[in-house]
Ligand binder design. Sequence first.
Ligand code: PNW
Length: 448
Amino acid sequence: MTSSPFPDNFLWGAATAAYQIEGSPLADGAGASIWQRFSHDPRLMASPGDTGDVACDHYNRMESDVALMKELGLQAYRFSVNWGRVLPEGVGRVNDPGLDFYKRLVDALLEQGIEPLLTLHHWDLPVALDDRGGWLNRDSADWFAEYAATMYRALDGRVKKWVTLNEPWVITDGGYLHGALAPGHRNMFEAPIASHNLMRAHGAAVAAYRAEGAHEIGLVVNIEPKYPASDSAEDRAATARAEAYMNRQYLDPALKGRYPKEMAEIFGEAWPEWPADDFKLICQPVDFIGINYYTRNVVRHDPNQWPLRASPVKQVATHTTTDWEVHPPALTDMLVWFRDIYGNIPLYITENGAAFYDPPVAGPDGIDDPLRADYLRTHIAAIGEAIRRGVDVRGYMAWSLMDNLEWSLGYSKRFGIVHVDYETQVRTPKRSARFYSEVIASNGANLG
Ligand code: PNW
């Protein structure tokens, strides 16, 4: 028997995102998002034909989904708001039926004693704003602050924990540099501008929230620890570039008011001079940082990899069906790394989980997913180890509450602790969900 390293008020929950689960993307007066447009273009989707039109039909099944969360013993639920449901043109006119969906969701959660963690933006930018340049337009900071203020006025007090952006790195790397995600651009000159405007939008939303009388607000980033493949100077420099690009490009400006020096080296002539005043807006005090952790990377120098000149070295290890190495010690390392570089800011693990093969239909005995249950166990234990080493981690959100649309990879990648049968919309908690319920009930004791 080992006692639990997790504090008594540690928050155990699960996470989702609007476009991945809701369905009914245009219902009740909602404006379309860039994911609506992207997923309906089969040339762009790696999984053509999969769209968010129905997804998990959560928009129509919200009450029973909240009841399921209660049954699993979740203490918190992280979800995102589809901006265009609330503001169909992105700014200006508020669409009350859309806003009402999120009010009803928050009320249902609070009624069950489940704490809402609200993410304002998880990638579904309204097309009306994309048509005005999206994140390439400097006005996007004002658009986002207006949207944020609309949400605070509607839900503040009932929602205490707010997230501005989910994973700005994925938005720009996928959406503006490599084109694998909406809006599907492939442009080295656009990527830094989109990143910078996302960070300005984050700062403007934090400032708007302070003006409304804030509770708690934070930024969510994805962090993938980078380890050099060898001790050579070239591999170490490649690792430093990879770490700056993926892990520090957003945290450094938000928490230190500047970009890592490697950014100019990576982007060359595409890296602009930024107005000094912008960093005052970007570097607003935040109450917490949310970290999404899935995997690590072992990195080697690779002159043919554009623009990083670094590439991952595949390890002999278990890999998920998204081909991500399972390596829990890197989660402990990463949390200690964060504290050493940025200070002991309160942290939440806002996503962690794994896609493994599960059948499309649950059998009579449900879904047995030992690899996912083991992924959760070993990663939660790795967080416990970081807490023992003094890192201030306050909560854990499993990704994901249920199987859902894995963006351009579609429905074949199942990340849920609850299985979804997409023909019938029947939800079946997997063995991993039952395991997680026990973790919650024991507050993370005895994980090995
Ligand atoms: C996150 N990477 O995306 C997102 O927040 C979720 O919406 C998504 O479903 C989940 O992780 C699983 O993919 C990421 O390449 C996508 O490092 C890509 C990366 C990281 C996170």
